[in-house]
Design a protein around this ligand. Structure first.
Ligand code: GLC
Length: 424
């Protein structure tokens, strides 16, 4: 009797296994992502346990590093109903613009969403549909060279004016002593989404608003915003190379990590890369919040971050959903944090001992990202990309000497008003 029971059980298990194998055929999933630093290598490392457990394989298709170029390509693919791409890595600002072509993950993710910061889940929810799961969040830092500041008796700048002065002083002294390639400050001045992030920080920290406010009001044409842009213009060809007007994240990091900049504005990924054994600046730098404009103003960090979404044209939606859940999970986010100092969206990881010990930036940056300023993608809905492109163009023109900030912001206001029409 007992033996029979055991045999039946064994047979039952075998049948279940066979059935499972025939139902869940191993498939290949294609993911597209723009990458900076080691993003592609990190992803390939992270997904090993998922590939092992499911038998599926992941084909990683790297895209240009510019968020703007990625967005243009993704829109074309989605508009054409491309079935070759299963999973898109998406920027925090894209949710309202791509939501129609992405699967609703609400049900699939209902057990795990509560582990994440609610504001981040909300940012990926459009008309009640959760269209992407977060894999990391982003808030920039002012990277500074501890050794150079100490050598020149300077403290970490708290205002943009202090930064300008300290950068110039150290740059001049170090150049005179033979460091011909040293620059004071590197950042992202190319005409793309990254400039929108930088310029929003200048404007907001001058008390000049958020370009378009949460209620949809166009606020950018004001004196404080103009003063912020005029100040940034003075950096070009002085403490920042003229080439900064074509820098994205990686160009700025290139100058910084070879030891050729006193200050850099960049996202947390640059922290682990700068601290690596082979980095010439290992042990020589630290991070601080970005400066403010002085009394009565406060520092502003633009909220960034990346998510993974499943295309509604995917031929393997189940496997794709299991992948995005896996990438958003606490173990994957922990490994990502340890490998590339990207900020988790899983709340508990800010108290994780391994992360604290190996990537001390992360617990320090929890408040910075929680207070970070969102770009106006929620109020401007499907028009955000056009809004941003008009903003970064006005800023880029100002920085390049094509018109004053005041003139360019006046034109920008008129263009945005046209674009808005009766409502966003
Ligand atoms: C970072 C941010 C992203 C932003 C981009 C701009 O990748 O996470 O949100 O759009 O930089 O370059």
């Amino acid at each position: 009797m007992r033996l029979m029971f055991k045999q039946t059980l064994a047979l039952g298990t075998l049948v279940t296994t066979l059935l499972a194998a025939s139902v869940a055929q191993a498939v290949e999933i294609n993911i597209v992502l723009g990458s900076v630093g080691k993003d592609v290598e990190v992803l390939k490392e992270l997904i090993k346990p998922w590939e092992k457990e499911t038998g599926n394989t992941l084909n990683v298709v790297p895209m240009p590093s510019s968020a703007t170029d990625q967005f243009a390509q993704y829109r074309l693919w989605l508009a054409a109903g491309n079935a070759d791409v299963d999973v898109y890595q998406t920027d925090v600002i894209w949710a309202p613009q791509l939501s129609d072509q992405l699967l609703d993950l609400t049900d699939a993710a209902k057990d795990i969403v509560k582990e994440h910061f609610p504001s981040i889940i909300e940012s990926q929810t459009v008309n009640g549909k959760l269209i992407a799961l977060p894999i990391f969040t982003d808030a920039p830092a002012l990277y500074y060279r501890k050794d150079l500041l100490e050598k020149h008796g300077a403290s970490v700048p708290k205002t943009w004016a202090e930064l300008t002065e300290t950068a110039k002083k150290i740059q001049d002294a170090e150049r005179a002593a033979g460091s011909k390639d040293l620059w004071g400050y590197v950042w992202q001045g190319n005409a793309y989404e990254g400039l929108t992030c930088n310029a929003l920080e200048w404007v907001k920290s001058h008390g000049g608003g958020q370009v378009i406010e949460a209620d949809g009001t166009i606020s950018i044409n004001n004196d404080k915003a103009a003063a912020a842009l005029e100040q940034a213009k003075t950096w070009v060809n002085s403490i920042s190379p003229e080439g900064v007007l074509s820098y994205k994240e990686e160009e700025a990091r290139g100058v910084w990590q070879t030891g050729n900049a006193v200050f850099m504005r960049n996202w947390p990924y640059a922290y682990s890369l700068g601290s690596a054994d082979e980095s010439p600046i290992k042990g020589k730098f630290d991070v601080a919040p970005l400066p403010s404009a002085g009394e009565g103003t406060s520092s502003a960090a633009t909220l960034g971050g990346w998510n993974v979404a499943v295309s509604k044209y995917s031929k393997n939606p189940e496997a794709a959903i299991s992948l995005v859940k896996f990438l958003a999970s606490a173990p994957s986010q922990k490994q990502r944090a340890l490998l590339s100092s990207q900020l988790p969206t899983v709340m508990a990881l800010y108290d994780d001992e391994d992360i604290k010990a190996q990537q001390p930036l992360i617990p320090r940056w929890k408040d910075v990202f929680l207070q970070a300023v969102p770009r106006p993608s929620a109020p401007t809905k499907s028009k955000y990309n056009e809004v941003s492109s008009k903003f970064w163009s006005a800023v880029h023109d100002t920085l390049s000497g094509k018109g004053s900030a005041k003139e360019n912001l006046e034109v920008l206001e008129a263009e945005l008003t046209d674009l808005k029409g009766n409502a966003w």
